[in-house]
Design a protein around this ligand. Structure first.
Ligand code: ATP
Ligand code: MG
Length: 778
């Protein structure tokens, strides 16, 4: 019976290699799986859960249930020989103390990963999968807090504040405490409070650690005030969620007991990126029953800047003595070429345990390294590559475009939009959907057209000017009543009694806009944007917001690149024209997140995921590795781990792009190719350099922006037909690389190209840029 039983279970998990099987069958006691990318760590978690639920401890014990008859054993023999298919009966005869699905807690890093885990469990287990608690740390803790938080003095209906809400509370705290916001930026203070919470420090604990540091002393007081405010509003912030759960467990042993017996089996994926609070949470839950399995890879630790502690995984064996340690060395995901490249890169790190992955997979094709003349051509290469693959039968969703910083997505998105390629951004917004971009465009729209009340409403109190909704409503009502543009009411606010309380703020606002309007047409668009940023107070608002403000500022700077490009491509650039061109990107076919889309995301959010084809954009010194980490060896190692994560996302094809010259943040830069790219052995790469011909035509002594002008004209112009050759008319039949044939419905000239609306037979109506997307008349 026992031999048959093991044979059947082994067959059931036949896809797992012997090391993976060890982890799948070891359901009791601590288990550490420390292994490289694509070696099946996450897969092991899924299969281990399936084993627990279906077979329980059957594999590991020699127990035979008393009621098993000879007939049953005969059946098992038949089943093992493949003469019967009644899996359910086989399982029912084999299983030994199976684990109930609700006794399992499986934690992953992102919502997307949790979703995928659930899907894979559903596919293996059907209904039972519903009852498994597979979630992120945060959602698991929120569920616990909803039931138990009353013990900590909150009500169970507590609200979860997002960053904006929290910042508002910090601001109010600073004001109440008479602390100058300029010296203590609310975002920075909030960041400090968050770090304290990750370390499980209450405001009192924090205060006792700060010593003589005046700045931290102040922050400790703000923390205290802030926390009381949250409590009286019955609200928690994001970082509270884990800290409060840990506190609950520490203060109330009977509650901890309840969850210990509920979550008898705990599993954590991507354990290398857990912070102290998360570590404590896991420890509290598992220290008694010791049924804990963590998986991770020290080479993929990329969240140190958020408090992740690689020590959690490296010291696991000390925390849980007797842990079974399993190393997986075979990579199932990548081609030999991709894996060789990733191994070669990560070898340059000194602070690592050291392991080399191998694969039985085919060598595959070489890594295509495309050196573009500029970021526009880079975007075109990306769009073209995806189109070509799709034409060969790939899906859009087989493609992931990964970048180091958000701002890079702008030009990539523009390329995809011009081609008509559907895409979505994971873990973030599309460029033109970002708040700061929408705000800037709204300002510009109002300057262009003061009667745009929708946009006016958006920006009137952004940054905060003390003009609330009710004042705005009053203004609009009056405007409607006297039939004057709202802007005029603002300019003369003091004449309307209903506005008297806010008259000064309203008039100041109008005056500021009026001064900006005077500048329209007199200075270039990017200069205008600079003025808007500065004079509206938007710049100083962002400058006070620490890391996040910096990212948002980078995005706005990146909007400038778009403006400069627009000005270069148009003989008669105007604000109105720019806004019209932008509208193409802002209201392009509302996309369907379920549909077949190319996915764009940062390298960080790609952790744990895999795609057939991966395109890594902008592998240049100063971008990746970023400027801030370039001279710090520890940070370079963290960036290199990110390179390792990025390279190993690709299953089949990997593309890497660099641009000889790139406009980013409104500035032209010439970056050398990334050191990480140079660390990939040359023989694994196929180089494609479109800059050579062009380099000969550029006078190197030109100023950077003049040089850009000439490259962009030579670059894009040379590859496409000259302007005068544009012959498409409405009603023409055309062909597109991906969408096939269609009929032209409308044509709008735009820059040095034309926006063409085409009714395609395959996908319906789409808008594409004629030259950029290489639309052909047939
Ligand atoms: P990462 O470090 O990127 O999170 P991972 O170690 O979690 O990677 P998985 O995502 O579990 O790796 O697996 C990578 C790929 O290999 C998946 O497509 C998975 O289906 C496949 N795979 C895992 N184990 C095996 C196996 N034993 N046989 C065949 N394919 C496998
Ligand atoms: Mg994984």
């Amino acid at each position: 019976y026992n031999a048959l039983k093991r044979q059947i279970i082994d067959d059931f998990f036949s896809r797992m290699n012997p090391m993976q099987k060890q982890a799948v069958y070891a359901i009791h006691g601590p288990v550490l799986i420390l292994a490289g990318a694509g070696s099946g760590k996450t897969t092991v978690i899924v299969n281990r859960i399936a084993n627990m639920i279906q077979f329980g401890e059957a594999y590991d014990s020699d127990y035979m249930p008393a009621q098993i008859t000879q007939e049953d054993v005969d059946f098992l023999e038949e089943y093992a020989r493949g003469e019967s298919w009644d899996l359910e009966r086989a399982i029912s005869l084999i299983k030994n103390r199976p684990v109930a699905p609700w006794n399992i807690l499986a934690i992953t890093f992102t919502n997307k990963a949790a979703g995928e885990l659930k899907e894979r469990l559903q596919a293996m287990l059907g209904e039972a999968a519903q009852e498994i608690n597979a979630s992120t740390f945060h959602s698991a803790c929120v569920r616990i807090l909803r039931r138990e938080i009353e013990n900590l003095g909150y009500r169970s209906s507590f609200t979860i504040y997002d960053t904006d809400d929290s910042v508002r509370v910090v601001k109010a705290a600073l004001k109440a405490m008479n602390i100058d916001e300029k010296r203590f930026s609310p975002k920075a203070v909030l960041g400090e409070i968050g770090r304290a919470k990750d370390q499980l420090l209450s405001s009192a604990d924090f205060a006792s650690t700060v010593g003589e540091d005046f700045r931290l002393q102040v922050i400790a007081k703000v923390y205290d005030y802030y926390q009381k405010q949250l409590m009286s509003a019955n609200a928690v912030d994001f970082d509270d969620i884990i800290m409060l759960t840990v506190r609950l467990f520490q203060k109330f042993p009977e509650i901890l007991d309840k969850y210990r017996s509920r979550f008898r089996y705990v599993m954590v994926d991507e354990y290398q990126d857990t912070n102290y609070a998360q570590f404590m949470l896991v420890n509290l839950l598992a220290s008694q029953h010791q049924n804990i399995c963590v998986v991770g890879d020290d080479d993929q630790s990329i969240y140190k800047f958020r408090g992740a502690d690689i020590g959690n995984i490296l010291n696991f064996e000390d925390q849980f003595p007797g842990a079974k340690v399993i190393r997986l060395e075979e990579n199932y995901r990548c081609t030999g070429t991709i894996l060789d490249a990733a191994n070669a890169v990560i070898e340059n790190n000194t602070e690592r345990k050291g392991k080399t992955l191998w694969t039985k997979n085919d060598t595959g094709v070489k890594i295509k390294v495309h050196r573009a003349a500029d970021e526009g051509e880079e975007a075109r290469f990306i769009a073209d590559t995806i189109s070509e693959n799709v034409k060969q039968g790939a899906k859009f969703s087989d493609h992931a475009v990964l970048y180091r910083m958000n701002a890079i997505s702008n030009t990539v998105e523009r390329g995809l939009v011009k081609y008509g390629i559907p895409y979505r951004i994971i873990g973030g917004l599309r460029f033109y959907e970002r708040k700061e971009i929408k705000d800037m465009i709204s300002y510009l729209s109002v300057l262009n057209n003061p009667s745009d009340t929708v946009r006016l409403r958006r920006i009137i109190n952004e940054p905060k000017r003390g003009i609330g909704d009710s004042s705005v409503n009053n203004v609009l009502e009056i405007a409607a009543g006297v039939e004057l543009p709202a802007f005029e009411i603002l300019e003369n606010a003091e004449q309307y009694p209903a506005l008297s309380r806010k008259a000064t703020s309203l008039m100041q606002f109008a005056e500021m806009l009026r001064a900006l309007m005077e500048k329209v047409g007199k200075i270039s668009l990017d200069q205008l944007l600079d003025h808007v940023l500065e004079e509206t107070g938007y710049l100083s608002m962002l400058q006070g917001e620490g890391f996040e403000g910096q990212t948002r500022l980078e995005n706005i700077e990146e909007l400038k690149s778009t403006m400069i490009r627009y000005e270069e491509e148009n003989d008669d650039p105007t604000l109105a024209g720019f806004l019209e061109e932008i509208s193409l990107y802002t209201d392009i076919d509302r996309y369907d997140p379920q549909a077949d889309n190319v996915v764009l995301m940062t390298m960080h959010s790609a952790k744990g995921l895999e795609f057939e084809n991966v395109i890594l954009v902008g592998l240049e010194e100063g971008i990746f590795p970023g400027m801030q980490s370039m001279y710090d060896p520890t940070q370079i190692e963290e960036e290199r781990r990110l390179a390792y994560v990025s390279l190993t996302r690709a299953k089949k094809r990997l593309y890497v792009t660099t641009a000889a010259q790139r406009m980013l943040f409104g500035q032209t830069m010439r970056n050398r190719p990334s050191r990480f790219l140079n660390e990939i052995p040359k023989e694994l790469c196929e180089m494609e350099d479109t800059t050579i011909a062009r380099r000969m035509s550029i006078n190197q002594r030109q100023t950077p922006s003049a040089a850009f002008k000439s490259t962009s004209k030579v670059g894009i112009g040379a590859a496409a037909q000259p302007e005068s050759n544009f012959t498409l008319k409405v009603g023409d039949m055309v062909s597109h690389k991906v969408f096939g044939q269609g009929m032209v419905l409308s044509i709008t000239p735009m820059g040095n190209d034309h926006l063409v609306e085409v009714a395609f037979e395959s996908v319906g109506t789409k808008k594409v840029m004629a030259k950029f997307a290489r639309l052909h008349k047939i």
